[in-house]
Design a protein around this ligand. Structure first.
Ligand code: GUN
Length: 294
């Protein structure tokens, strides 16, 4: 029974990627456009290298152009900005992603704000955050876009539902809250200073956890039948000295109460790269003034 409750992000991401692949074929056939995504990696952070490798592989599998630009960990801010400028000027590149975190000598905001907003497939540029805020067409951050897709697939119309977003980061919490508001949810944004978080959570139809703390959300915070989206990816030690990944929600305790819940791993995570590809399609279509293929 409880298997039906678990939202399979891996399977859903595969359907998103399949749709992207069909869209790429349509763009090539009908408009002669091959969407292109460039990923910039500065340094050798092991987790970032894995992400970047996966992004490149999935971009190619979708039939898109994939450029990978690697810079030394000691690269200067000017060198990184010069790469961004070159990609901004390249008409075959429709999406640019600079992998975060960047080394300390580089000012993150300066780099993110140098990316042409029309190619900002991360949706981190102030122009895109502003456009999202006022309800104009925008490139929106990949993880929140994936969360909204999963919620709509599970629940259909989100209008009028009570939703809480726990966490107020620029990458997840804030854009997630804006997207839920756009879907006409009644949105609460909770954070470390929020009073009676447990009580607030118990009144919600939708709980989105994005705090980056393992098992922060307890099972008895979840209302009977609520939908739980767990954005957290936390590595914790096991008894045998190895580690395992867990979310921000105490999954085992929340599962019996939730109407639907995303697991970690295999929930939100796989959706993020799929949405990056979807954002690259969006960017390529916006740049060429055409509607997205079905
Ligand atoms: N590092 C970890 N997640 C992300 C992401 O979504 N975008 C970028 N640019 N860097 C990241």
């Amino acid at each position: 029974m409880s298997d039906d409750k678990i939202i399979d992000g891996k399977a859903f991401a595969a359907t998103v990627r399949a749709r992207v692949k069909t869209q790429v074929e349509a763009l090539q056939k009908d408009h002669g456009i091959t969407p292109g995504l460039a990923v910039v990696l500065v340094g050798e952070d092991p987790a970032s290298q894995v992400y970047v490798r996966n992004k490149a592989r999935q971009t190619k599998e979708a039939g898109m152009r994939s450029d990978e630009i690697r810079l030394d960990a000691t690269a200067s801010q000017e060198e990184v900005l010069a790469v961004v400028d070159r990609l901004n000027a390249d008409p075959g590149i429709h999406g640019i992603l600079v992998q975060l975190p960047l080394p300390d000598q580089i000012e993150e905001n300066a780099v993110l704000d140098r990316i042409d907003p029309a190619k900002d497939v991360d949706g981190f540029h102030v122009i895109n955050t502003g456009r999202l805020q006022v309800g104009l067409p925008a490139l929106v951050p990949c993880t929140p876009r994936g969360c909204i897709m999963m919620l709509k697939e599970r629940l259909g119309d989100l209008s009028g539902r009570n939703a809480i977003v726990i966490g107020r980061s620029n990458i997840v919490g804030k854009p997630m809250a804006m997207l839920l508001l756009q879907e006409s949810c009644t949105v609460t944004i909770a954070h470390s200073r929020t009073k009676d978080l447990a009580g607030l959570c118990r009144r919600q139809d939708i709980v989105v956890a994005a705090v980056g703390r393992p098992h922060f959300v307890k099972g008895d915070w979840i209302a009977e039948g609520a939908t739980v989206i767990d954005v957290g990816i936390n590595r914790i030690p096991k008894d045998d000295g190895k580690t395992r990944l867990v979310g921000d929600v105490d999954f085992d305790a929340a599962l019996p109460r939730a109407g639907a819940i995303t697991p970690v791993p295999g929930g939100v995570g796989p959706m993020t790269i799929a949405c990056l590809l979807a954002n690259t399609i969006t960017a390529a279509c916006m740049a060429n003034g055409i509607d997205e293929p079905a």
